[in-house]
Write a protein that binds this ligand. Structure first.
Ligand SMILES: [Mn+2]
Length: 417
């Protein structure tokens, strides 16, 4: 019998230096400890281990310190590496990587770097903490059961289908085969512009497809056979209803030599903060009225929260304002201050003034935003090409949108090196 642990999207470095900077480490530590404690012989991580392609040393140190727990975990029957496909066997420091509970990882969208440059997952492999896969496969003996792990790191969505087809992974005979991916997957997550992967694109012959990137748990049967497990993130990042409604967890996959893959068990995490999502709607309101509504909603939301972790509250503030009032006139500083010692509050203002012309223009801009986004990406891509600069235009643009100047510098500097 063997048991394989799965977790994903730990996002080390998320909100680094901020009030939630420790969250990724606390939650990943819980997940890993649960999996090791549950006697998993092997652990898979499906990408976005880190939040950035070039993490700070503090963040790398935290990850290494945590992963050393897996190296030091002892098993009666150590895992054996039987076969390596598409990868140099010397890249795996077997004395460390296979010493305890081996961790196999792929890079996610947040860790992508230009070709030829080490990404942080490969860095972790150099230190011996993980086996990194990108369009590569390994066959292992885990407690007497043969387990094939095939991994493809995150690639831009528009290339995903072609990269997967070109790689054309083949399952190992007589093994339980698992495919690790980090992509959008329709219909579970589909983000508009670019055609991503669909269930039909996933190759045959795999018992389990583990897909990161989607930040909430999904389990399903795949159209061409095999099961799908999206473990979700361990840390709350997107603050959507799905993250509120679907609890964070790690997963243990049972398997035997005779019967192959069995049950997928959910190991719920206790450390994520309580997360509250509130919508406050106003109509033709003045500033004081809006502030009162937000205050009331926060007081009500926090009334019954228990536990020692400060809850996370996202307030979606929607509706229209009184004539002559603009969203900027609504000052929520004092209200936020009033709750600062009880909750981490984030307010999204989606208010429009009653002025028809203004709101009409606002709507027009919104409608154009999608095409503008594409246009901007195109311009960046074309200019970079014209200048002979190899640049991941999408990665640069995404960081630009996120105001991640450091991330852009890291990308661009990477190009010069
Ligand atoms: Mn992610």
């Amino acid at each position: 019998m063997a048991r394989v642990g799965v977790f994903s999207d730990t996002h080390f470095g998320y909100d680094f230096g901020g009030p939630r900077g420790e969250d990724p480490f606390v939650q990943a530590a819980e997940a890993l400890d649960l999996l090791i404690g549950d006697k998993c012989g092997l652990v898979l991580h499906a990408g976005d281990l880190f939040d950035r392609p070039v993490p700070k040393p503090d963040v790398l140190g935290g990850a290494m310190r945590l992963f050393s727990r897996a190296v030091l975990a002892r098993r009666k029957r150590p895992v054996k590496l039987i076969e390596v496909v598409g990868k140099d066997r010397d890249d795996v420091t077997e004395e460390i990587a296979l010493a305890g509970v081996p961790i196999i990882a792929i890079h996610g969208t947040h860790e992508r770097r230009p070709k030829g440059q080490l990404n942080p997952i490969q860095l972790m492999e150099k230190a011996g903490f993980v086996i990194a896969l990108h369009c590569q496969s390994v066959l292992l003996d885990v407690g007497g059961v043969l387990v094939g792990v095939h991994g493809m790191g995150g690639v831009p969505e528009r290339f995903a289908r072609d990269v997967l087809r070109k790689w054309d992974p083949r399952s190992f005979d007589g093994a339980v085969n698992m495919l690790l991916l980090h992509q959008n997957l329709s219909p579970y997550l589909y983000t508009g512009d670019e055609p991503g992967l669909e269930g039909e694109d996933l190759p045959k012959g795999f018992d389990l497809v583990v897909n990161g990137h989607i930040h909430w748990e999904v389990q399903d049967e795949l159209p061409r056979g095999g099961r799908l497990l999206c473990p979700g993130s361990t840390v709350l990042t997107q603050l959507r209803a799905t993250e509120r409604d679907i609890p964070k967890a790690a997963f243990a996959v049972e398997m035997t030599k005779k019967k192959g893959m069995g049950e997928v068990r959910r190991l719920p995490l206790a450390t994520p903060r309580p997360f509250i999502l509130e919508t406050v709607k106003v109509k033709g309101a003045g500033p004081a009225q809006v502030v009162r509504a937000v205050h009331k909603a926060l007081a009500k939301a926090l009334k019954d929260v228990k536990g020692d972790r400060m809850p996370l509250v996202r307030v979606k503030l929607e509706g229209t304002l009184k004539d002559g009032i603009t969203p900027r006139d609504v000052q929520l500083g004092e209200t936020m201050e009033a709750f600062a010692d009880r909750a981490l509050v984030k307010v999204d203002k989606k208010l429009t003034g009653a002025d028809m012309e203004r709101s009409k223009a606002h709507r027009a801009v919104k409608r154009k935003a999608a095409t503008l986004d594409e246009l901007a990406r195109d311009v960046l891509r074309t200019r970079a090409k014209e200048m002979g600069v190899k640049l991941d235009a999408d990665a640069v643009f995404d960081r630009l949108l996120a105001n991640d100047v450091e991330g852009i510098i890291a990308l661009v500097e990477g190009e010069d090196a």
